[in-house]
Design a protein around this ligand. Structure first.
Ligand SMILES: NC(=O)c1ccc[n+]([C@@H]2O[C@H](COP(=O)([O-])OP(=O)(O)OC[C@H]3O[C@@H](n4cnc5c(N)ncnc54)[C@H](O)[C@@H]3O)[C@@H](O)[C@H]2O)c1
Ligand SMILES: [Fe+2]
Length: 387
């Protein structure tokens, strides 16, 4: 028997239409006096961060906005936000946006209480002190970052996407308001939706999976099976958007307490080198990596195929696994995820980056959680297979 496992999820989760309006009252309850709202330029232009900041002001809390988060965020974003936080004396952070804004919010909240540098905290359980209270309001469905003790920040000196996992990164409260995702355009819905699916799949097949994370992971995958294509086809469908938002949060709870595996291990270097969005870099790898991994855990992958509705109870594991691999490719095609070669990457550039990407993938630790643990050469072949 394996030893006990630690599960971390936010202690306050408010789920449903209008949940984001609860952030200001909860900030009052938490005793916050001055909050920094962290978001990105697009959302600033749309007005959501200002709305949250206004609600805080009306509730008697001073608020400031850092709106400079870039997609696939960097240590520079954390430093910029930290600078404003220091100058304004904020005692809490409200991150509003996709995984990028929430991850930067996490970085700012912990760096307010730790000496750093941030790169010293890459890896597992390395952050010495708890950070400031952090509220997370996701607008994509999504990374699940609102539920996770994980942040992913690019180290601009080494051009490496650093993954940090530590209970001190966990949001104090998550506000899961699917209505904020109604505005997502189709390519974003597709990218982040397949990221969610990848979280559910990897959490379930991981060597670190357990009874509690299995329940979360299977719920996530089932919701994606029911709602992703519908949300992509009909962006205004509330039921589908709600299903995907909840899938994203469940997926976050699952993978952060189990783990991600080879897809995420390989997608981070791909994103760092070629500047692909996180969801897209996972999606292009998911079918090939699943094909590679299935033989090491056929019953687990078969259960996923059934949960997605792509195989029936009567199908044996081998058939169900074949359906899964085919289904993942078909899903990519349906929601128009381009292949790697259509992402502006030449075969020469990919080949030239293979050694670094395989080394960085293995160094992240994620491939070692995969049911089938690859060698560096196998990782390189998988990148080429996905091309
Ligand atoms: N911490 C974690 O647990 C975790 C898990 C998975 C991924 N990630 C990280 O999350 C980041 C990706 O986050 P993401 O995929 O959510 O995208 P994102 O936050 O980078 O946002 C992508 C774009 O979508 C826009 N956008 C956000 N919400 C929108 C909405 N409702 N309507 C229209 N446009 C909207 C943003 O302005 C931005 O331009 C990556 O850096 C990835 O590594 C973190
Ligand atoms: Fe992810």
């Amino acid at each position: 028997m394996a030893g006990p496992v630690q599960i971390n999820i936010p202690s306050i989760i408010i789920n449903g239409a209008g949940a984001s309006d609860e952030a200001a009252p909860q900030a009052v309850r938490a005793g916050l006096k001055r909050v920094l709202v962290v978001s990105d330029p697009f959302l600033v232009e749309q007005g959501l961060p200002a709305r949250i900041a206004d609600q805080c002001r009306q509730a008697g809390i001073e608020s400031h906005v850092y709106g400079g988060v870039t997609p696939e965020p960097t240590d520079v974003n954390v430093e910029e936000g930290l600078d404003i936080l220091g100058k304004t004396g904020c005692d809490g952070v409200i991150a509003v946006g996709g995984g990028s804004s929430i991850d930067v919010g996490k970085g700012i909240a912990v760096m307010a209480a730790n000496d750093g540098p941030l790169s010293e905290y890459a890896g597992y359980h390395r952050i010495p002190r708890p950070g400031l209270p952090l509220f997370a309001i996701p607008t994509t469905a999504g990374t699940g970052s609102e539920m996770t003790r994980v942040t992913v920040i690019t180290d601009t000196r080494r051009n490496v996407k650093m993954m940090m996992l530590d209970a001190h990164l966990l949001p104090t409260a998550a506000f899961v308001d699917y209505t904020l995702t109604l505005s997502m355009p189709r390519p974003l819905t597709a990218n982040v939706g397949v990221d969610t699916l990848t979280h559910g799949i990897e959490a379930y097949v991981s060597r670190k999976a357990g009874t509690m994370t299995d329940a979360l992971a299977l719920s996530c995958v089932g919701l994606v099976g029911r709602h992703l294509v519908q949300a992509w086809k009909h962006p205004g469908d509330h039921e589908a958007r709600k299903g995907m938002m909840e899938a994203a949060s469940l997926g976050g709870m699952a993978f952060a307490n189990s783990s991600v595996c080879l897809v995420h291990g390989m997608s981070r270097p791909l994103g760092a080198v070629f500047h692909l969005p996180h969801g897209l870099s996972n999606s292009v790898l998911l079918p090939a990596v699943t094909r590679f991994s299935v033989p090491a855990a056929p019953d687990r992958y078969a259960a996923l195929a059934r949960k997605l509705g792509w195989a029936g109870e009567g199908d044996d594991s081998q058939t169900a696994c074949e359906r899964l691999v085919d289904g993942l490719q078909k899903l990519n095609d349906t929601v128009q995820i381009p292949g790697l070669r259509d992402c502006g990457i030449t075969q020469e550039a990919l080949t030239a980056a293979l050694d670094k990407m395989a080394d960085d993938a293995l160094a992240s630790g994620s491939p070692q959680n995969n049911p089938r643990v690859p060698t560096a050469d196998e990782i390189k072949s998988l990148y080429l297979e996905a091309y």
